[in-house]
Design a protein around this ligand. Structure first.
Ligand SMILES: [Zn+2]
Ligand SMILES: [Zn+2]
Length: 235
């Protein structure tokens, strides 16, 4: 079956995410846009994943818990998980190697945790918009060990992309999937990166940026395990 997806959506927990990126707003906008499966991918945290998964369930939208992790080499990676417990485990693994710095709201913005009524119930104190001291190699290995999938984000961009940072896709990372941002010319990348599974997503920080049935994927069913297996057959 074919499903409309967007696997790169930030919430108000990301300092750069708009404050209107609340659980109900994200699900309502995804529904309005005709999406069937989305992933929540805040910077180095999964703080708002569980509540959005629940609201998604009530609205027939599958929500995959995820994170956008900045590895030691300073490029962004999208990690997607089978369940919230695994996401939290990797969040702890990443956080344990984040620098002990406090977020500076006046520079970076708020990092809100929200509830099912879109109320702010907490604010993440540590700085999220920074690199963990986990190398790409160890991070990829650990995410895969716990049954998650991980791939480099927005490889077409000039900042925080694996290509800009490392100059290539190193073989030792054993990559199967790459992500393109909206606007990247898919056909050109398909030719250049033959053999890779290509995911294209919005990287939405604002409600109006969430995809509008632009990207589709084939999967056996609308279950997290089938979606992940469809992105990376080995998962
Ligand atoms: Zn990014
Ligand atoms: Zn992002």
């Amino acid at each position: 079956m074919k499903f409309a997806y967007d696997f790169h959506i930030h919430t108000a927990a990301s300092p750069c995410g708009d404050e209107y990126m609340s659980p109900n707003n994200i699900i309502n906008m995804s529904k309005l846009n005709g999406l069937q499966v989305i992933a929540i991918t805040d910077h180095n945290t999964c703080a708002n994943c569980e509540v959005i998964m629940e609201i998604g369930r009530q609205n027939d939208i599958l929500v995959i818990p995820g994170m956008e992790i900045e590895c030691m080499e300073e490029f962004h990676c999208i990690a997607l998980f089978r369940d919230i417990e695994t996401a939290r485990y990797i969040e702890n693994y990443v956080t344990a190697a984040l620098p002990v710095l406090k977020n500076r709201i006046e520079i970076f913005g708020h990092q809100y945790q929200m509830n099912e009524k879109d109320e702010v119930v907490g604010e993440i104190d540590r700085l999220l918009l920074t690199a963990t001291a986990r190398s790409a190699e160890e991070l990829f290995k650990e995410v895969r060990r716990v049954g998650g999938i991980i791939y480099p984000a927005h490889i077409d961009r000039n900042s925080y992309s694996i290509i800009t940072t490392l100059g290539c896709i190193p073989e030792e990372l054993n990559l199967h999937t790459i992500e393109l941002s909206r606007g990247a010319f898919l056909q050109a990348y398909e030719q250049k990166y033959r053999g890779f599974s290509i995911i294209q997503s919005s990287d939405a920080h604002y409600l109006q940026d969430i995809s509008q049935r632009e990207y589709f994927m084939e999967a056996k069913s609308l279950a997290i395990s089938d979606i992940l297996r469809s992105i990376e057959p080995i998962s």
